[in-house]
Design a protein around this ligand. Structure first.
Ligand SMILES: [Zn+2]
Length: 339
């Protein structure tokens, strides 16, 4: 059954709360910090160093001959003494192991300033969230625990962090434009993406006010330290997200799912500009309940789309932000308007 990260996170909290976790002194120190890191409403930025220290601890143990599976089993309070072939990982142990494995693959993507977001990058061998994937035969669980692979490579995590930071920059520029819409250049920017031939000046000023209020929400989300980028781990074995760039799934936590096409090349925009567009697009879905009336390649000129739909349309918001930040060439803007 497919499930969201928010559901898996509840299991992480339960796993960390368990009294059966290792009583070893070093592990207890890590576990105490892990409990602070994994708060009721998501990961706490102030405790972010725990994930780095956990990785360092596992790396050191590996240098001494204990691979990550051995270490994580020990951390979960399972020493495996006397367990032979055919041993099983029960739900309860899977939950403890899953909690540690989740933190092992959690990264804080912080570039500079107030921008901070998380990335959960579980190994590709997981086709479900850890508390599910680690259940069953000990052999399979051990192989998964020992897998140090990351769904998002170091380079991709850098790209994600940059995209998110760039998205925040765009949002700030767009906030500045929409806060003084009576300035001619600003008025024209708002009108380009949100006014149709029936719009009056007052309508453009009203939409600017709406944009400004919405953009403030996006900005605070990108700065909140609560935003988590991951992929839809429980759907990995399916074709559900094959041609998907990213999506949101109504998680109680602030989760944006990043999928295969995010780093693809099928979009009008490319590289950082496209990734930032996707981030802003998805955040408008999450924070402002925007729709996908039309994507840019389908035509988002408000004269075609209508002004009423443009203000509800995720890609219109994202392209407006890109335009305000000077991220679009004249040719790209003309092309978008002509579609
Ligand atoms: Zn969308």
């Amino acid at each position: 059954m497919t499930s969201r990260f928010s559901e898996a996170y509840v299991e992480v909290l339960a796993g960390l709360a368990s009294k059966k976790l290792s009583s070893d002194k070093t592990w207890q120190t890590l576990i105490t910090r892990a409990r602070k890191l994994a708060g009721q409403h998501g990961f706490e930025v102030s405790e972010a160093s725990l994930v780095e220290d956990l990785r360092k601890y596992l790396e050191k143990a590996e240098a001494k001959g204990a691979n990550e599976a051995v270490s994580l089993l020990a951390g979960a309070g399972e020493e495996l003494s006397g367990t032979g072939a055919g041993a099983m990982v029960c739900d309860d142990l899977a939950r403890r192991l899953g909690a540690l494995k989740t933190l092992r693959h959690t990264y804080l993507l912080k570039r500079f300033g107030s921008h901070k977001v998380w990335c959960l990058s579980l190994p590709p061998s997981f086709t479900d969230w850890p508390h599910e994937a680690l259940k069953g035969g000990l052999g399979g669980a051990t192989a998964k625990l020992a897998d140090k692979g990351d769904r998002f490579t170091l380079e991709q995590r850098k790209h994600l962090g940059n995209a998110s930071q760039e998205g925040l920059k765009w949002v700030h520029k767009a906030m500045s434009v929409s806060s003084s819409p009576k300035k001619k250049a600003n008025f024209e920017l708002v009108a380009r993406w949100f006014a149709d031939r029936n719009s009056k000046d007052a309508d453009v000023l009203a939409v600017a006010e709406k944009l400004n209020a919405g953009l403030k929400k996006l900005s605070s989300k990108l700065k909140s330290g609560r935003l988590i980028y991951t992929d839809s781990v429980s759907e990995r074995g399916t074709t559900a997200n094959q041609s998907t760039e990213a999506f949101v799934w109504g998680d109680p936590l602030d989760v944006v799912y990043i999928e295969e096409e995010f780093f693809g090349s099928r979009n009008t925009l490319t590289g950082l500009t496209n990734w930032a567009r996707i981030v802003v697009h998805e955040l408008t879905h999450r924070e402002l309940k925007t729709e996908d009336h039309a994507y840019e390649h389908q035509g988002i000129n408000p004269n075609k789309l209508t002004a009423a739909k443009a203000v509800e349309n995720a890609d219109s918001w994202a392209w407006f932000c890109a335009d305000c930040a000077g991220a679009l060439t004249e040719g790209v803007i003309k092309n978008a308007m002509d579609r």
